[in-house]
Design a protein around this ligand. Structure first.
Ligand SMILES: C[S@@+](CC[C@H](N)C(=O)[O-])C[C@H]1O[C@@H](n2cnc3c(N)ncnc32)[C@H](O)[C@@H]1O
Ligand SMILES: Nc1nc2[nH]cc(C(=O)O)c2c(=O)[nH]1
Ligand code: SF4
Ligand SMILES: [Mg+2]
Length: 247
């Protein structure tokens, strides 16, 4: 079984849209959003996947998890059927942290490959969890978003050196750092150097849940990218639809 986020109670967050971020920006894609996360970013735009009723602490709480109504469980086969029924030939698996459900996710993607072969599979991940062995070879692209100090996560939870080295060595992985202030940029350059991340696989994305905030931050962030051989990505879905579930 997979645990999914919901748009409204009882409805899985599974929808066709355009990929709004990163190298596949603008591509028609189906999204499926899984529930739960091992981190707790203070600016997380999908905190309803992990900050459950009565739990405002920056750590997971399994008792509070039981009280959450923003999630539901579905069989892997049913999730695959729902994805296959939508038009896009690309799938973006996100969350929450989707790699926490690696074994069930592998079964779902296996089912999808059987029902509708040839779909392009992309995973959004915070980069702390190794992909399940059965899932890994079926994934075409990992969008890895390691969390900087301004996320509010302890560095020993958010930045796992062996994992970052493994992503850096995997040509399917692109890095997508969320940046809120110019002061965050030194940390990105230090991680780029430590893990030898090529500039053409390193994206900077403004933190923001409104078009106005994104536009303001894009001005200095785009300039920094052009001066440092890094790639810039906007958040297209926020400009088009705002911070709305299911888009
Ligand atoms: C909600 S996360 C889910 C996947 C995974 N947990 C992760 O963090 O990559 C999807 C993407 O949204 C980004 N994100 C979340 N909140 C954001 C915000 N307020 N501004 C900009 N990006 C944000 C994350 O960094 C990640 O790249
Ligand atoms: N359109 C759209 N593009 C996205 N790219 C990454 C998303 C995410 O929340 O992981 C996302 C999302 O929620 N919507
Ligand atoms: S790792 Fe992703 S889902 Fe988890 S709190 Fe951070 S942005 Fe949200
Ligand atoms: Mg999002």
């Amino acid at each position: 079984m997979l645990t999914l986020a919901t748009t409204t109670p009882g409805e899985p967050e599974l929808f066709a849209s355009l990929q709004g971020e990163g190298p596949s920006i603008g591509r028609p894609s189906t999204f499926v959003r899984l529930s739960r996360c091992n981190l707790a970013c203070q600016w997380c735009d999908t905190a309803y996947t992990w900050r459950f009723e009565g739990d405002n602490r920056p750590h997971r709480d399994d008792a509070a998890f039981e009280r959450n109504t923003n999630q539901l469980t579905m069989g892997e086969e049913a999730v695959a059927q729902a994805i296959a029924a939508l038009p896009p030939d690309r799938l973006v698996i996100t969350g929450g942290e989707p790699l926490l459900q690696g074994a069930a996710l592998a079964r779902m993607v296996e089912a999808l490959n059987r029902i509708r072969p040839g779909m392009h599979i992309e995973i959004e991940t915070n980069g702390t969890v190794a992909p399940h062995a059965a899932l890994d070879p079926m994934v075409h692209q990992f969008n890895v978003s390691p969390k900087l100090a301004h996320s509010g996560n302890p560095a020993d939870l958010a930045l796992i050196p062996e994992r970052l080295a493994a992503w850096a060595a995997d040509p399917r992985a692109v890095f997508k750092f969320v940046v809120a202030e110019p002061g965050d940029l030194a940390e990105v350059l230090s991680l780029q150097e430590t893990f030898a991340i090529p500039g053409d696989r390193l994206f900077l994305m403004p933190e923001g849940r409104s078009g106005d905030v994104l536009r303001t931050r894009s001005i200095w962030l785009a300039e920094f990218c052009s001066q440092n051989g890094l790639r810039f990505t906007d958040r297209l879905h926020i400009h088009l639809w705002g911070d709305t579930r299911g888009t």
